[in-house]
Design a protein around this ligand. Structure first.
Ligand code: GAL
Length: 630
């Protein structure tokens, strides 16, 4: 696989006289890919059925003549104003029952069949026109961004009723699965079932989780319509650009529809906006050392190929504060993505646009077309890529299972404030990274764990049969818990109490939670935080709280966390398990991270000071690329 670079370009924002110069400069910089089109609906179809393709034809001509490859985006994230006159009820509705307004983007409800057809119609027109001239497609833009998956519209309510009918067959079966006898919530007919909002106190968690599963399925159905429309006219691979810590739909299920998973990486915006446990003082201008890596590893497992579609080249505009990257970081982020297997890293955007919502968002070029903050580093990476050999993807020694449905389940029923599947998986991932390990993040229907020395299965609502069997057959060390396999898929408690873990005799007879200032010391150091399942077990008790409650149990190469360990305990426990599994671990200094490909070892320094690794100095924001140790 050849590593390539790209950018996101908006010809509709600039005078046509600039286009050829832009394309020539992109090619000179060493870019391969240019994404266009994804917000341009009002320019392409200014009035219903009246198209203006001429400008996009010319833009595609100019790019391809310069030797660049086009990723064409479908513009469904930005329905033009006239669309609302045709479909006044297409807007998503928030949990308080208010329709969302026109004047930004993503103002549609995934359940609105009329707008879904309009979006597929537009994708079909574009595919027909450009199907054999573009090298890849992108559907829509960042599903779920700006909190847009859940909608409480009439269209969503009607579709939810259909979805429930299909899933449960009869209201009686639904009542039984959800336990609706409690508080007299039984339904006699599908038309009685509303969306789970505006209730006096909490709705039934089974009802709420069903709505979350349904809402995810609506995104998948929505995307399928565009994929089908594109495939009718084009053989080019199809992608979608995912976001950081957007978990409202099942990316694994969506990714199966397409060839390429891409994502949009804004390390400084993320640190100030959404990183669990982020250290702002240490990493304000570098971004979190693990957050981008987590998403690289997650999205690599979503479709056969993966890219970074948008990468920050300077300050963004949307976080509470928007610092500039420390010199070296634009390069470091790019190499980190390549180290995790990215085929392409593409900067967002080519040139800063002096108007509208993102006028403060840096591009590779300034608004006056001078070189932006990240330009020189983009040139440096492009030059370095010239000498970098092609690489082939390789399996990591450690696997971590991530499950979107478990994220929804624990949002619906945290039981202790802060119980969050993403944050739990990320905490453990961070501990693994601090030990110098490379990780694959896998879906919950993984059926084969061969080749992994260590596998983590934290906080899974329930284990699907293929995964349970894979855990049973796994040759490596498998660590489950906390809160793994304690529920039914409908979010009830199973008749035989869980967890049901092959190779481990353990039953949780009670689960308790406690606030952060009441974390319980572990006998061997560190703390049990937030969650403690009280296990009846015949397994060895490896770690216990001060009062003797098991915190980590083990039988052979199967282990289980009964608690959410703090970073100190997580690092110690994972180091011991990794070493038992035959892995070499490192005690990396703060800010230093490793990542191995099949042939290379990368060392990244996220610290603002120099660090040492293996006798070598790594400067602040520095990257070392060495042969992979055998
Ligand atoms: C992304 C989005 C882009 C742009 C960018 C700004 O989330 O896909 O269209 O808004 O953020 O950082």
């Amino acid at each position: 696989m050849t590593r390539t670079l790209g950018t996101c370009w908006y010809p509709e924002h600039w005078p046509e006289a600039m286009w050829a110069g832009d394309a020539a400069r992109m090619a000179d910089l060493g870019l391969t890919w240019v994404r266009i089109g994804e917000f341009a609906w009002s320019k392409l179809e200014p009035q219903p059925g009246r198209f203006d393709w001429g400008w996009l034809d010319r833009a595609v001509d100019i790019l391809t003549a310069a030797g660049l490859r086009v990723v064409m985006g479908t513009p469904s994230a930005t329905p033009p104003r006239w669309m609302l006159d045709r479909h006044p009820d297409m807007l998503a509705v928030d949990a308080e029952g208010r329709p969302r307004g026109f004047g930004s983007r993503r103002h549609y409800c995934f359940s609105h069949a009329g707008y879904r057809e309009e979006a597929a119609r537009m994708a079909g027109h574009m595919a027909k026109r450009y199907g054999d001239r573009v090298a890849a497609w992108q559907t829509d833009n960042e599903y779920g961004c700006h909190d847009t998956v859940l909608s409480y519209s009439d269209a969503a309510r009607d579709a939810f009723r259909d979805w429930l009918r299909h899933r449960y067959q009869t209201p009686e079966a639904l009542n039984a699965a959800w336990g609706n006898v409690f508080w007299s919530m039984d339904y006699a007919d599908w038309t009685e079932i509303d969306l789970p909002h505006l209730t006096v106190t909490e709705p039934n968690p089974s009802h709420a989780l069903a709505f979350r599963r349904f809402s995810s399925d609506q995104v998948i159905r929505w995307n399928a319509a565009q994929v089908e429309a594109i495939r009718a006219h084009s053989d080019a691979p199809i992608s979608h650009n995912y976001m950081g810590r957007v978990t409202e739909f099942d990316h694994h299920a969506l990714g199966r529809q397409m060839e390429i998973a891409t994502w949009d990486s804004y390390p400084l915006g993320f640190l100030l906006d959404r990183v669990p446990g982020g250290d702002r003082a240490a990493y304000l201008r570098q971004g979190d050392p693990d957050f981008q890596a987590f998403h690289h590893d997650l999205y690599r497992g979503v479709s056969p190929r993966w890219w970074v579609m948008e990468q920050q080249p300077g300050p963004v505009n949307w976080a509470p504060w928007n610092p500039a990257p420390l010199p070296g970081m634009v390069r470091l982020w790019t190499w980190e993505a390549f180290a995790h297997g990215a085929e392409c890293v593409s900067w967002f955007r080519w040139r800063q646009f002096p108007h509208a919502q993102e006028q403060q968002h840096a591009g590779l070029r300034r608004p006056d077309d001078g070189p932006g903050h990240g330009w020189a580093e983009a040139e440096q990476v492009a030059a370095e890529l010239h000498d970098a050999p092609d690489v082939s993807p390789v399996q990591a020694p450690v696997a971590l299972i991530f499950d979107y449905a478990s994220q929804w389940a624990w949002e619906v029923q945290p039981q202790g404030a802060g119980f969050d599947h993403f944050a739990l998986a990320f905490d453990l991932y961070r501990a693994l990274r601090s030990l110098g390990l490379s990780i694959d993040i896998l879906p919950p229907d993984t059926a084969n764990l061969d080749g992994y020395a260590l596998v983590l299965v934290p906080g899974l609502l329930s284990l699907a049969d293929p995964l349970r069997a894979a855990i049973g057959a796994a040759p490596g060390v498998v660590l489950t818990g906390p809160r793994t396999d304690l529920k039914t898929r409908d979010l009830g408690i199973p008749q035989a109490l869980g967890p049901d873990l092959p190779g481990l005799d353990a039953t949780s007879v009670m689960e308790e939670t406690f606030p952060p200032d009441a974390a319980r010391p572990l006998r061997t150091g560190g703390h049990a935080t937030l969650w403690l399942e009280h296990l009846e077990t015949g397994a060895e008790i490896v770690e216990a709280t001060a009062d003797g409650t098991p915190a980590l149990i083990r039988a052979g190469n199967r282990a289980h966390f009964a608690t959410w360990p703090d970073p100190l305990a997580a690092r110690r426990i994972l180091r011991d398990l990794a070493q038992d599994a035959g892995l070499v671990t490192h005690d990396l200094p703060k800010g230093l991270r490793l990542r191995d490909t099949g042939t290379e070892r990368f060392v990244f320094n996220y610290a603002a000071e120099a660090r040492a690794f293996d006798g070598e100095d790594v400067p602040p924001a520095g990257v070392l690329r060495r042969p992979r140790p055998s």
